[in-house]
Design a protein around this ligand. Sequence first.
Ligand SMILES: Cc1cc2nc3c(=O)[nH]c(=O)nc-3n(C[C@H](O)[C@H](O)[C@H](O)COP(=O)(O)OP(=O)(O)OC[C@H]3O[C@@H](n4cnc5c(N)ncnc54)[C@H](O)[C@@H]3O)c2cc1C
Length: 301
Amino acid sequence: MRISDKAAARLKELGAAVRPGVSMSEQTSLGIGGTTDEILLARYDTIPQVMRLLADEHIPHRFLGGGTNVLIADGELPWVMLHLPAARPGWRIEGHAAYVDASADLGGMVTFCAKHDLGGMEGLIGVPGSVGGALRMNAGAYGTQIGPHVKEVELYRAATGEIETLRGSDIRFDYRHTSFAPDDVMLRVKLELPSKPFKEILAGIKVCNEKRRASQPLNQKSAGCIFKNPPGGSAGRMIDELGLKGHRVGDAMVSDRHANFFVNAGHASCSDMLKLIDDVRGRVRAANGIELENEVIVWRN
Ligand SMILES: Cc1cc2nc3c(=O)[nH]c(=O)nc-3n(C[C@H](O)[C@H](O)[C@H](O)COP(=O)(O)OP(=O)(O)OC[C@H]3O[C@@H](n4cnc5c(N)ncnc54)[C@H](O)[C@@H]3O)c2cc1C
C-alpha cells in the first residue's frame, strides 16, 4: 500500500518517517512477505495523533515488532506497516521493578535485568523479537512466561484513542494468547522480578541457550514453532512421528531438526508456507484426530 504525499507530509509533521516500498521478506525472521510502505514512529506520545491521521485517511495498518512470529502475504500488501520508535529504547530499574520500552530487544532486556541481579526470566533468553511482541504473544520457554512478571502495561488503546495504563492483574496471559484487544499497541511495561545473584542467572541462561542450540534450527529462517501444542501433547512430536521432518512444499520445509519449526530453505513464498501448514495440519488431524492451532500469526492480503 502506498501512502499519499499529503499523508506523508502530515506524518512528517508528527515526527514519523515514511519508508516507501519495503519488502517484508527483509523484516521477518522467515524471510517471507510482500511489499508495503512503512511508518517509523519517532515518539510514543504522538501515537494517538498518528492513529487518528491513519483513520482519517483510511489507511489500514499493522504493527510489527521484531517480525519473528509472523507469516506475511506475498505481493503488494493492503496495509502499511508501523514500527515503534526503535532508537535507544528506554529501560531502567527501581528496586525489584524493571521499566522497559516495548521496542526493546527481549533478550537484551533479560540480560539488562540480570546485571541488576533480577532474575526469573532466564527461559526467555533465546526468544528473539521485541518486548512488545513478547507481551502480545505471552512469549515463553523452558517453564517461563513473561505474563506472570507483568505489573503494568502502558498502551495505546484503539477503543478510546488514548494512551492508558493497565494493571497486570487486569490482563489475561494464557498460553501464547493475551486479552489485549487486537488493535491495542503495547508501549512500555513494568515488570516485577525476584532478586537473584547475577552468576546464578547467568548459569540458568547458559542451560537454556544450550537446550535451544541442541534442538532448534537456529541458523535457518523460521518463525519458531508454527503450531501451539495441544493440551497435554506436543505438536512437534506428532509431526515427527508421521515422518514429516524434511517434508516440503517448494522451499517451505519442515525442519529436519525440530518438527514444529517450518523453515524457509531458499525462496519460499507465503503461499508455499501456507500450503505446507495446511498439509501438515491435515495429516495430524487424520492420524491423531487433533486440529493443530497456529502459533505463528498469519497476515493474509
Ligand atoms: C528461532 C526462533 C525461536 C523462537 N522461540 C520461541 C520460544 O521459545 N517461545 C516463544 O514464545 N516464541 C518463540 N519464538 C516466536 C517469537 O520470537 C515470539 O513470539 C516473539 O515474542 C515475537 O516478538 P516480535 O517482536 O518478533 O513480534 P512480531 O513477530 O513482530 O509480531 C507478533 C505479533 O505481536 C504484535 N506486536 C508486536 N509488537 C507489538 C506492540 N508493541 N504492540 C502490540 N502488538 C505488537 C504484532 O502485531 C503481531 O500480531 C521464536 C521465534 C524464532 C524465530
